[in-house]
Design a protein. Structure first.
Lengths: 226, 188
């Protein structure tokens, strides 16, 4: 029986916008197994980013249960969530979110700076992560000196340096041209196969469906296909 | 671990060049002014100008708050991203404290250097005046720069450190409130 990495039960989430209540997530039930590559799709405003936020502990549900790799995160404290994020989760953002004042290498290393590892070990791991995403030649460059595709590869290296159990990507190709987007998706796919990291990407680009092992479709805050 | 984050915060402070230079210069000028006011308050002749001293202390407080506010507001996205990758509030606090204390330290060193030169200049000036018999030697002692009296310098350093702590306290509540989800929202 496959190991369940993420389990959501009866998850609800509402937002208040100018006096109106928007039901972003309605009675969500979802199981994601370890090693799966999930493509979460749906039209703008359907709640897919909210679902990603809730699954990753960036946002808390109003109701329901969220379990990530055996840890119940729907009522966890911020301190506990930080700890889970540091050990088990990697994030990839649409806007890359690299620290402008750090080089590519330092951006990747930064994940491990607060941890117990020695500086030399952190450096070795960061260089190895950059080599894995084929961005090691630009390790001494600052983000403003990198192209969009290179930035995203550095961001992926940052997301995998601590060998996370789950990788969350919110529109990872949203700011990339077609060729760079393909490269990034091929890279995510190969990392998923090679490292066995459960990968969940949110997108509205139908061309990305082929990379996933499972498609989860959403509409009006509900899962319509899983 | 804390030491590593602290050293990285110095690197981050130095690399945000414009902000670093601007605030270091402002701190230096304010430190020299405050030291002078403390010197006048503690050793000056006649009635000390309390108002000037109070104004310099209030200015320091305002500047420290401003710096703390700028650091947190201009780096919201960066801080939220760090939280997303597992940084705790205490880790972020270490980075911010490191940056603020480094700016204070650098400004203090520049101030010390500047005061040494000012002292040398005033000593030369008064020596000439004494040699020309325009003033008495006793007056020279009363008019020396603050560097010859350690207490005004220490009082200034203490005031700056206290105001930095206040700035950090104000800012820390903002760090606590800042949710990692901001990293996804800011640029959208």
């Amino acid at each position: 029986m496959p190991e369940v990495m993420i389990k959501l039960e009866n998850v609800q989430k509402e937002f208040r916008l100018r006096g109106n209540i928007i039901r972003a997530l309605v009675d969500i039930n979802l199981k994601i197994n370890a090693g799966e590559f999930i493509v979460l799709m749906g039209p703008t405003g359907c709640g897919k980013t909210t679902l990603l936020n809730v699954m990753s502990g960036l946002d808390l549900p109003d109701d329901g249960t969220v379990i990530l790799d055996g840890d119940r995160i729907d009522r966890a404290s911020e301190e506990r969530l930080s700890d889970i994020r540091r050990r088990k989760i990697g994030f990839i953002f649409q806007d890359f979110n690299l620290v402008e004042n750090l080089t590519a290498l330092e951006n990747v290393e930064a994940v491990l700076w607060p941890g117990p590892l020695r500086t030399k070990e952190i450096n070795n791991r960061a260089m190895s992560a950059l080599a894995k995403v084929d961005a090691h030649e630009r390790m001494n460059n600052h983000p403003k000196e990198l192209s969009g595709g290179e930035k995203q590869r550095v961001a992926i290296a940052r997301a995998i340096i601590h060998k996370p159990r789950v990788l969350f990507a919110d529109e990872p190709t949203g700011n990339l041209h077609h060729a760079a987007a393909t490269q990034v998706m091929e890279l995510l796919k190969s990392l998923n196969k090679e490292m066995g990291t459960t990968t969940i990407i949110v997108t509205h680009d139908k061309n990305l469906v082929k990379y996933g092992t499972r498609l989860v479709e959403m509409e009006h805050g509900r899962i319509i296909k899983s | 671990m804390g030491l590593r984050l602290w050293s990285k915060s110095i690197k981050l402070a130095m690399r945000s060049r414009r902000r670093f230079i601007a605030f270091t210069l402002m701190y230096t000028v304010l430190m020299i002014w405050m030291t002078w006011n403390f010197q006048d308050f503690l050793y000056g002749e006649g009635e000390p100008d309390v108002l000037l001293l109070v104004v310099s202390i209030v200015s320091t407080l305002i500047l420290s708050m401003l710096y703390a506010w700028i650091v947190i507001n201009y780096r919201k996205n960066e801080i939220a991203t760090l939280k997303c990758i597992g940084y705790k509030n205490s880790n972020i606090r270490t980075i911010i404290i490191g940056e603020l204390t480094w700016v204070t330290f650098v400004a203090f060193m520049i101030m010390a250097e500047a005061l040494i030169h000012i002292t040398a200049g005033t000593t030369y000036f008064y020596q000439q005046q004494i040699l020309d018999k325009k003033i008495s030697a006793a007056l020279y002692v009363d008019n020396t720069a603050p560097i010859l009296n350690i207490w005004p310098v220490l009082a200034t350093l203490t005031m700056f450190l206290v105001s930095q702590i206040l700035g950090i306290l104000v800012m820390y509540s903002k760090i606590l409130k800042l949710r990692p989800i901001v990293a996804l929202r800011v640029l959208k």
